[in-house]
Design a protein around this ligand. Structure first.
Ligand SMILES: [Zn+2]
Length: 308
């Protein structure tokens, strides 16, 4: 079984400017790091994903919001919230980002690539149904979860989010569906301020794990594994989705967690083993945060190698 490495040239067309932490250099660093590992480069399938169609985005977003993003992009872009900007290429980038994840779900369903990593931007886990937020335009992983249920026979979905920030958008977009279980570990108190442990969603299908900054890595690892155990107690997922944010790594400019490369390797290996025991190994991972480009590249490559 070969692992899919999905990306899209259009993801580079979301132009936020070099001063913005979520700039195009992040993805370039991932490709660069992969090129420096020829044995891994040879092992994975390099794939350009497709663009998500508006009716696919509407699995999680309102038609009015989708049309607004398209129109504002076409008109040259602008600022959507305090830290989320739109450029002329942002519509193509955001639909390519979401489309890569949908493509990866199709590949997991057909068995062509049971596991994939999607190196995409903009990230998605803060985006709300009718509003951009926190560098995110469309909820790539949330859309993929609804898509997997609607287009494939995957009834139960597990989403694990290890980005240092709470996946508030993902939670908002999936919490009404009791068969999508969502686990998010995040720094607390921290942006965006949501994600208290007591917030379990209307169906108790959300496991929020708020953690202080600066703890030893083992504390984060243990807390997340415990959360995943709880979310899958009596619930066997048909597909595993990972919101792979690497801003939970030591030294990130936007977070205070202390995870190192070895911990992402360990987490990935654990998720692969779990997916194998639950659902034939079907797992789709999508890039969220991670704001020190060279470190991000290394982390993505470590993650990808552990998937492979
Ligand atoms: Zn983040």
């Amino acid at each position: 079984m070969r692992v899919g490495f999905l990306s899209h040239a259009d993801c580079g067309r979301h132009d936020t400017g070099w001063e913005h932490p979520e700039h195009v250099g992040r993805l370039r660093a991932v490709t660069r790091a992969l090129r420096n590992k020829p044995e891994l480069w040879e092992t994975v399938d390099h794939l350009e994903g497709r663009h998500a169609a508006p009716d696919e985005l509407s699995l999680a977003h309102t038609p009015g919001y989708i049309a607004m993003v398209q129109q504002r992009s076409a008109a040259g872009g602008g600022r959507l919230d305090a830290d989320t900007v739109l450029s002329e290429g942002s519509w193509d980038a955001a639909t390519a980002g979401a489309g890569c994840v949908l493509d990866a779900v199709d590949r997991a369903a057909s068995g062509v690539n049971l596991r994939s990593f999607c190196a995409v931007r903009p990230p998605g886990h803060h985006a709300l149904s009718d509003r951009a937020m926190g560098f995110c335009l469309f909820g790539n992983v949330a859309i993929a979860a609804h898509y997997a249920r609607a287009r494939h026979s995957f009834g139960r979905i597990l989403i694990v989010d290890w980005d240092v920030h709470h996946g508030n958008g993902t939670q908002a977009l999936v919490e009404h569906e009791p068969d999508i279980h969502f686990v998010s570990m995040h720094q607390w108190p921290w942006y965006p301020g949501t994600g208290a442990a007591s917030d379990r969603g209307p169906h108790d299908s959300v496991w929020n794990i708020p953690m202080p900054a600066g703890r030893k890595p083992e504390d984060y690892m243990e807390a997340l594994e415990r959360g995943i155990d709880a979310a899958t107690d009596g619930f066997v997922p048909d597909l595993v989705l990972i919101s792979a944010g690497f801003d939970s790594m030591y030294g990130d400019r936007l977070g205070g967690f202390t995870l190192q490369l070895e911990h992402f390797e360990q987490l990935t290996t654990s998720m692969v083993a779990r997916a194998e025991s639950w659902c034939g190994g079907r797992l789709v991972s999508s890039l969220e945060g991670g704001y020190v480009p060279d470190r991000l590249g290394e982390a993505c490559i470590t993650h990808l190698a552990a998937l492979a």
